[in-house]
Design a protein around this ligand. Structure first.
Ligand code: AMP
Ligand code: MG
Length: 402
């Protein structure tokens, strides 16, 4: 590890994603607790969906051989509501049929009730039907034996509905990762307590806990750790015993009170330190004993950005997820930056839908958490690149990032 040069984000990502320990533990989980979980084995359909040819509309099931002209009148020989099966359609008649009801044998089209005039005994057809119209064929959505989800798929709410439609009550997923969070700083106190001069409220652990919980992961908060080498080591050792991954914030700069680097090196190793990104330069990665360790900066915006750009992809991969890409769009800058920066910048921006342009928050300081709440996402300014209005920038919306 060269401690003088700053590592670029793409190199840092390549490095940390190279050796991600894969979780082997799985558990069977019921549908109502599956959202956000990662599937550990391919799921196949045990049935066809739909399971039988059925009507897409309320109307009349007919055989097109008997309806060749507008004005044809057919006797109504049966009524088939959803949930019932009819009988073979008598030649030259129509079946009153409702949405979702099985198509009776002998029928090959459903005529919308709006395209008819009818009473209880007969129906006059006002539009000549085509073969197959308004019939949802057996298996047209899913065929029995189809692979529905591959191993590594992270389940979305609509996926849970799809599993239910296949009659699957539970499936195997990876157990949730357990991530330890510790926060260093003598100035920090917990919200709810009274502030003394020189103190600030500890907020990073709350951001991290929420980010992790939203990923379906479990957290273990080790609390506020004093700026002291042995206190830091004790907390890291406890975290390593009880978790799959450790995230710390603060104490990784080069100040006299920054003990995290030394503590990790005493207990394991650091393989990355300091990145060419803004905010987030004092980022470190390594291991405590054999447990992966992320040392995030102390500044709250840097915590937010480095978690999303580096820690989240790592944890998703560790959790078994295949897709770890947040999704990017190129959009025009609605602002200028005249001076090229030596670090890749993550600007908190809103997407102005009228201007179709990215608008930055007024204060981009790494301690200004308001910027993160105000924004719709992050825009990236590459290294050594001044920005003119209208230049296309990569935009990572929160909808893909969070
Ligand atoms: P450090 O990297 O420890 O020097 O911290 C950088 C800045 O982030 C300082 O202004 C700290 O007070 C602040 N900071 C560190 N940890 C936290 C935290 N957990 N919550 C809020 N602010 C923090
Ligand atoms: Mg500190």
């Amino acid at each position: 590890m060269n401690t003088n040069t700053l590592t670029r984000l793409e190199d840092a990502l390549e490095h940390i994603l190279q050796h991600v320990p894969m979780l082997a533990d799985t558990e069977e989980v019921a549908l109502n607790h599956l959202s956000g979980r990662v599937i550990s084995e391919t799921v196949k359909a045990g049935i066809n969906v739909p399971g039988y040819d059925n009507s897409a509309m309320d109307g009349f099931a007919v055989n097109t051989d008997y309806v060749k002209a507008v004005g044809t009148v057919l006797a109504i020989s049966q009524i088939i509501p959803a949930g019932k099966t009819g009988v073979k359609l008598e030649a030259g008649t129509a079946a009153r049929i409702f949405t979702g009801a099985p198509i009776p044998e002998g029928a090959n089209a459903v005529i919308l009730q709006e395209d008819t005039e009818y009473d209880t005994g007969q129906v006059k057809i006002l539009q000549v039907p085509k073969v197959g119209q308004n019939i949802r064929l057996c298996g047209h959505d899913i065929k029995q034996g189809d692979s529905i989800f591959q191993q590594g798929h992270k389940l979305l709410p609509q996926d849970i509905g799809l599993l239910a439609s296949l009659g699957i009550p539970k499936i195997k997923v990876y157990r949730p990762l357990k991530v330890a969070i510790l926060n260093t700083g003598d100035e920090l106190i917990t919200p709810g307590q009274r502030l003394s001069p020189g103190q600030i409220y500890e907020s990073n652990s709350y951001t991290l806990e929420s980010l992790l919980n939203d990923l379906g992961m479990r957290t273990q908060k080790l609390g506020i750790v004093k700026d002291d080498l042995s206190a830091t080591q004790d907390a890291l050792l406890k975290a390593a015993k009880e978790s799959d991954c450790i995230i710390s914030s603060g104490g990784v700069s080069v100040g006299d009170a920054d003990f995290v680097k030394n503590a990790v090196e005493n207990l394991g190793a650091l393989s990355l330190w300091k990145l060419a990104i803004k905010p987030g330069k004092p980022f470190s990665f390594g291991r405590v004993a054999e447990v992966p360790f992320f040392g995030l900066p102390g500044n709250p915006v840097a915590v937010f950005v480095t978690f999303l750009m580096l820690v989240k992809p790592y944890l998703l991969k560790m959790q078994g997820a295949q897709n770890i890409d947040p999704g990017k769009y190129c959009l025009p800058a609605g602002f200028e930056v005249s001076e090229a920066g030596s670090r890749q910048e993550f600007i908190r921006v809103r997407l102005d839908r009228n201007l179709q342009a990215l608008i930055p928050f007024s204060h981009q300081g790494s301690s200004v958490m308001t910027s993160t709440s105000w924004a719709d996402g992050l825009a990236i300014i590459p290294i050594n690149t001044p920005v003119k209005k209208g230049d296309l920038l990569e935009f990572l919306p929160y909808s893909g990032l969070l």
